[in-house]
Design a protein around this ligand. Structure first.
Ligand SMILES: Nc1ncnc2c1ncn2[C@@H]1O[C@H](COP(=O)(O)OP(=O)(O)OP(=O)(O)O)[C@@H](O)[C@H]1O
Length: 241
C-alpha cells in the first residue's frame, strides 16, 4: 500500500469556492468557501450529511458545474472561467466519472459498453484490459442484465478508466449495493488508484469506507470541517458495512 503523507504535487487546487443555487429568497448556498488541495495519486473519501455539498464540490472538480465564486485549478490550468468547449474537452481527456447508477447500455455487452469510450479517447487501454483490472475478465461478453449490480458497477468503472483519466470522481459508487458486491467495487477502485496512480475522490454515506482512503475530508453545511490523513489504511474486505 502506498505511503500516506508524501508531498506529491497537487492535481487539484481550489480557492474560496462557493456555489449558490437559485436567486433571492429561494437561493441555496451549497458551498461556502472551499480551499482544498488534492495530490496526484491520492485517494480521498468525502463524507458529510445529506445536503452538505459533497456532490456540488465533486461536480465542480469534474467541470460538470461551475462555482459561483472562487477559483479551481487542475494542475496549472484554471477551470473557473474556462469556456464550455474547453471544459468539455477537459472532462473527455482527464476525468472519469462513476455514479451510483451505472448507466450502461442494455443492448451492448460489457466489452462493447467499454469500447464505446475507447473509440473516442486519445490513448485508451483496450476494453479487455480495463475489464480485467476490475476483475471482470470472465464476464466481458455478458450483457448488463446478466450481471449483478456490483458487476455492472465494475463495468462502469472499467468504462471510466479505459480512457486513462488523471482523476476518477465517484459519487456514491456503492450506494445501491450490498456489502459483498460493494466490497468488490471498492477493491476495483483501490486497485486502479494503486496500479495506475489515478487520483480518486469518492463520496460515500458509509463512514466505514473512509478507512480505505489515504485521506478523509468531511463537509458540513458547505464547509470543510475536517481534513485528515489515515495513518494506516484497511482493505475493502475489512470495511464494516
Ligand atoms: N440543482 C440544484 N438546485 C437547487 N439546490 C440544489 C441543487 N443541487 C443541490 N442543491 C442543494 O445544495 C445543497 C448541497 O447539495 P449536494 O447535492 O451538493 O449535497 P450532498 O452532500 O451531495 O447531499 P447528498 O449526500 O444527499 O447527495 C443542498 O441543500 C441541496 O438541496
Amino acid at each position: 500500500m502506498q505511503a500516506t503523507g508524501t508531498a506529491a504535487p497537487p492535481v487539484y487546487r481550489t480557492q474560496g469556492l462557493t456555489r449558490i443555487y437559485g436567486q433571492g429568497d429561494g437561493a441555496v448556498q451549497a458551498l461556502r468557501g472551499i480551499d482544498l488541495t488534492l495530490a496526484e495519486a491520492e485517494m480521498v473519501v468525502l463524507l458529510g450529511a445529506s445536503g452538505s455539498g459533497k456532490s456540488t464540490l465533486l461536480n465542480i472538480l469534474g467541470a460538470l458545474d461551475r462555482p459561483t465564486s472562487g477559483r479551481v485549478f487542475f494542475r496549472d490550468r484554471e477551470l473557473s472561467g474556462a469556456s464550455e468547449r474547453a471544459l468539455t474537452a477537459f472532462r473527455r481527456d482527464h476525468v472519469g466519472f462513476v455514479f451510483q447508477f451505472y448507466n450502461l447500455i442494455p443492448a451492448l455487452t460489457a466489452r462493447e459498453n467499454v469500447a464505446l469510450v475507447t473509440e473516442i479517447a486519445h490513448r485508451p487501454m483496450p476494453p479487455e484490459e480495463a475489464l480485467d483490472r476490475v476483475g471482470l475478465a470472465h464476464r466481458m461478453d455478458h450483457f448488463p442484465a446478466q450481471l449483478s449490480g456490483g458487476e455492472q458497477q465494475r463495468v462502469a468503472i472499467a468504462r471510466a478508466i479505459a480512457k486513462r483519466p488523471d482523476v476518477l470522481l465517484c459519487d456514491e459508487p456503492t450506494g445501491a449495493l450490498d456489502s459483498q458486491t460493494g466490497v468488490k467495487v471498492l477493491e476495483a477502485l483501490v486497485a486502479v488508484n494503486r496500479d495506475l496512480g489515478t487520483a480518486t475522490a469518492l463520496i460515500t454515506h458509509n463512514v466505514g469506507i473512509q478507512a480505505i482512503a489515504h485521506r478523509v475530508i468531511v463537509l458540513a453545511d458547505g464547509r470543510i470541517v475536517e481534513d485528515r490523513r489515515n495513518a494506516t489504511r484497511i482493505a475493502p474486505a475489512q470495511v464494516t458495512w
